[in-house]
Design a protein around this ligand. Sequence first.
Ligand code: BGC
Length: 730
Amino acid sequence: MRKLGLFVTGAVIWGMLVAARPWTSPEIEAKIDQIVAGLPLEQKIGQLVQVSWRNVEDPETLVREGKVGSFLNVLDAKTARALQEIALHESPSHIPLIFGLDVIHGYRTIFPIPLAGAASWDPELIRRNCRIAAEEATAEGVHWTFAPMVDIARDPRWGRIAEGAGEDPFLGSVMARARVKGFQGDHLGDANRLVACAKHFVGYGAAIGGRDYNTTDMSDWTLRTIYLPPFEAAVEAGVATVMSAFNDLNGIPASANRFTLTRILRQEWGFQGFVVSDWNAITELINHGVAGNKAEAAEKALRAGVDMDMMGFAYSDELANLVRRGLISETDVDQAVRRVLRVKLASGLFEHPFPDEDRAKRVILSPEHLEAARQAAREGIVLLKNEGNLLPLSTTGLRLAVVGPLADDRDAPLGSWACLGRPADVISVLAGIREAMPGSDVAFAKGCAIDSDDTSGVAEAVKLAAQSDVVVLVVGESRRMSGEGGSRAFLGLPGRQLDLVKRVVATGKPTVVVLINGRPLAIPWIAEHATAILETWQLGVQHGRAVADVLFGMYNPSGKLPATFPRCVGQVPIFYNHKNTGRPPREDTRWTSRYVDAPSTPQFPFGFGLSYTKYEYRDLKIEPTQIGPAGKVHVSVTVENVGRRAGEEIVQLYIRDPVASVTRPVRELKGFRRVHLDPGESKRLSFELGPEELGFYNVRSEWVVEPGKFEVWVGPSSAEGLHGEFFVVD
Ligand code: BGC
């Protein structure tokens, strides 16, 4: 919430955010004072050191000597308990350890990857999934998750697009809030709540060329408008920790960037928690070329605002010396320690430091959790094409051929960062289909591997397809092809999978292509020739059941794309909220912003997704049609289900400010609603637009609402919608 509005030359400037302190208290602050006063320097520094349990030789001794305040990658309750016993009873300070882990989309019950979660446009669902992940992880002694990743990603070559909410700052902010609230709950101190961590601060998703860890370079406008909002939303939602990123941001690496880590995060947003570096990111300041050695790296990072060093060993090796040499003051160290202790105290670590193995037995993979995972998986699926209403299929009287290297794969659906998820827990697409068609003989052939040149299985698969009534063809990526270090230069199907698709389609049998992948793909041939396409991403342990639910119409697909699908890699980056340019693309002339060898439109736009029913939009109303800069308009629309099946539509509202002091995007998402409609049912939905939605950062980085016309669209995607307008006047 931007507060403190003031009027300047007909515009409203929205000033700094008022500090949010959702989880600390005077008692906690007093306790921090007391602990810090009694700690010698070495013990203080220990609180700022995080090491990976499986990557150090003698973790017990480190704890016993007070040289570590946090572990990551402790993967079982027994180890967590043993280390915590040492910290509490044998370490000099008796301060509990905080155990961190990448609980990104589930702990053992694996939910859809965050990109698929965003495709549900259902923050309540996401919140519940994160609550469940917290319930399972905390029972085994995990206190802190390195999630949510709230990096905006406009480049699908970047493998980590899988870990976030896609390309849009508005949807990204909604999802960031939902995830933080889901992990942390309303009361961070409860034993079944996980401390969340908004990462990677900031700009990591804008890596040049989509190559992981690469440099980012962007204008202040882009930083503030596109990349910062989900972090701000996470801070507003009370996130207790933030992770500083690997990347160089405009010449100052994110883990040495005082402007972002202190000026924006703490001074503008009032963040009260602590900042942990990404893995070895402090020591990598040497590679970036802003520090000559580890001591300089430690000094820069601490001064910039990084409180805890994850696996860089820069603080453990250098901080004490830096203090002795007078290059860092002990007060600066104290400040970082205070922040770490604040989170340790607020999260209830002192009251319940140990795992709860009994609870673990009850909750992990419980029927309730699996049911939630199935619901989440269904909602993440996006129907991209459905020619002649081939889908849904009948479960009886149909000879079905299930083909493709991912059809019976139980690994890929787990996606990257699957935490403790196991392939054995996963229902494959084939298993899901067979379960939905008891008594039917569902034929299966793999056809080819995900990523090899071997085509020896293709003939058999084609033969099977030719003998069937309908083919379900499951293709895509392995889980190593996205996530960290999973950047791709090509966005088509790897290996010989497209050959398999072409041969199967050539049989003339109606073909449903089911995609399993961690990013938008470039699939022009499939988009044109397949009869139906389901984008199923990586949906977690219930992947196959959810796909069967959609294939056979037990669930009417409702997902919408959280990121644009390009037609080819050359279009990348391609995103819906681009600027208009001086020469917007026109196909009838060369001298506009376009390609000579590809259209400028995407294959599938942001927000797109079909359903088994039809929704009609009508009666768009905007009231009043004139407001002052601080005023609000109400936008309402009627949506009717004019088809024959019940369904849920995601109604999206976009705006455009066509003339302003700085150029504005051609469309920006500013609201959405998920609405359930029975056949024949209609609902009137309303949205409110005020300074928060209508404003933007001007050249002085002030939030302003400028007078003039505003355009509005309400519709089913970023490329459609009913259109209206209103005016902001002085
Ligand atoms: C990743 C982080 C992750 C950390 C700890 C890093 O390599 O960039 O996202 O939280 O490792 O596993």
